[in-house]
Design a protein around this ligand. Sequence first.
Ligand code: GLA
Length: 761
Amino acid sequence: MPISFQEKSKVFTIHTENSTYAFMIERLGLVTHLYYGERIYDESDLSYLTNAAAVGRPALYPEITYPEFEAGDAKYCPHARLQEYSGFGNGDYRTTSLQGRFADGSQTIDLRYHSHKIVEGAASLPGLPCVYANEGEKAHTLVLTLKDAAQELYAELYYTVIDGHDELMRSARIVNKTGAPFMIDSALSAIVDIRKKDFDVITFYGRQDSERFVDRSPIRHGKISCESTAGLTSHFSNNSLILCEHTATEDSGECYGAVLVYSGNYTVSAELDHAERVRLALGINPAGFCWKLEDGEAFDTPQAILSYSNKGLGQLSRGFHNLIRYNICRGKWKDARRPVLINSWEAAVFDFDEDKLVEIARGAKEFGVELLVMDDGWFGNRTWDDSSVGDWTPNKNKLPGGITGLCKRINDLGMDLGIWFEPETISENSDLYRAHPDYSVQVPGRAPTRGRWELLLDMTRKEVRDNIYNQVAKVLTDSPIAYVKWDMNRYITDAYSLALASDQQGEFYHRYVLGVYEFMERLHQNFPHVLLENCSSGGGRYDVGMMYYSPQIWCSDNTCPTHRMKIQYGSSLIYPVSTMGSHVAFSPNINTFHDASVLTRSISAMAGTFGFELDPAHESEQSKKEMLLATNLYKKHYFTINHGDYYRLVSPYEQAVPTSRISAWQFVSKNQESALFSLVQLDNVNDSADFFVKLKGLDSRKTYKLHRYFDSRNGKEQGFTTYLDEAELGIFSGEVLMKAGLHLQLLRGDNMSTLIELEAL
Ligand code: GLA
């Protein structure tokens, strides 16, 4: 059984495909964590680990014991033990799971076992995104209820596993039956205590245009934490974290991954304490948070996803990819091939009209594009970014025939229309603001801060959401719009809602996120055919919470293919490429002025959702020919790329060969019949050094035919222009390709690249 409870030993065991998680109920209902790691198949009694789970006096002094034990019994000191979900103020001095204040102002929380049940199906969280089981998949959930030793305060802990997956989903529901309000100051989704210290911690950091860069460093005593107080996930860091052995590689070593299914303020941390134990902690950031839980009410934390791999980072990532693709993403576009789109932003910014958009669409159709996205600038009096957000009616100067007129012309080309909205913000120079200034987020008596000239809309209030929802829904109902880009271009400041009492203002940030989720759920339910792509000044809200509503998210505003290598490589540690919005943009790139061939730009975009962000009118006939070839390649390999397995081969963060930094990766179809190898050289190379790359994930008994697309150069008389060339590479066995490796030569020139198709014979 995936989840079991042994009456005799009082041990709970939770198995995933390759891991085991265990904890036990001890005397007086103490809940002690025992083990999380490699799967244990036999039925051994793991309760002996409770001794290992407690640190004795030499390591911990002065000891504080639970009230029922003798002073001096260091073993029963809350801080000495591995905990499942610990309360604040009771002698556990690490990051505790639950902190709050009872009606008398006291803060001590002492959580003990109360009851449990094991049920079929996945846990569902009201109003929050969470992992679900598909039809035919079996999910199992343990609900463990803890109760405070003195008061009627409960913590229901949910543990869900799904057959065939390696992830463990956890969340907590805090239930107040104390007869008076309980103020929650912090309610984390999960803590996990691991008795091991030789870890590296991998976290993600960045800024706009450089999101989710990888930071890997040895753990040290104290706490390494990534947090957001921006109200969004933010560009600065991501709400995921990996612990791995110092020696762990893509293919070997123990790794633990932790991801929060949430889009607001968060904390994820790894804390190595003086007794050499690591506590992973994930949840809503307590900074700026306080929730007034009335008697009889319950509060649900967001869900945390935990995973373990003893086969390195690659396996950990592929597990997350599968879970996110199939058990987080929903709706039609989770399985169906998504359209290849062209977005108007980098082509036209605000300077377009109906004819220009039709011209972009017509031009892009020549290279296989199926959908035009009209980005920012189509509404109200919008000619620059300082007005009209909130007025979601077409700008008649730009769109004389309205959206309907434009949509008809695009549809007549045999293409679909997509449209940009920024539903959470408001320009002061807008009709909506003039009519409803109170809809904006401001602290009374204090001048508001602005972000990109915008104020926030108070998404905690239903009437505010309804106003914007109705405007958006009208546009989507009046015309057959196939795609929506939901943008969010500012962080939260001045968190305050006119609808909340003074002792509830600490609820603002979380209620804001719940409001956004409710809005997106309505869109998802009422417009199931619409493909929703999230965006937040690029990848400022790139998280699993958002992926529940939109199966793809604009990964970064940086469309430079070589810069994208680090961004997309970093993102791939947790997130599948099917979620990474990525486009072929102008060369030179408008962000970095780097030149790159069509192939390099296409390979970068193919490690994502593949689309275009340029004006076809500016492209040469040769470029358009190559773009068509790239689009066709993408369509041909769509299912291998988006539904196959992803292998990182060479990291763009390392100097793999002396003359160039390289980024290389590979997609393999689930049946191992086809694969796609991609390589981008990040630097200018002036010698053509030989090197080998060992491929991964192939069937060693199969033989594969290799066809190569690569950047070539015309001679001096043509000005050394780069063009796309092809060649047969021959037939190789999977075993040879994986053991001896693929033999390649560096290509001379800037940002050159290679794409190799592998088809099993
Ligand atoms: C943000 C997005 C861009 C574009 C602009 C429009 O910066 O990330 O892709 O949509 O807004 O204003």
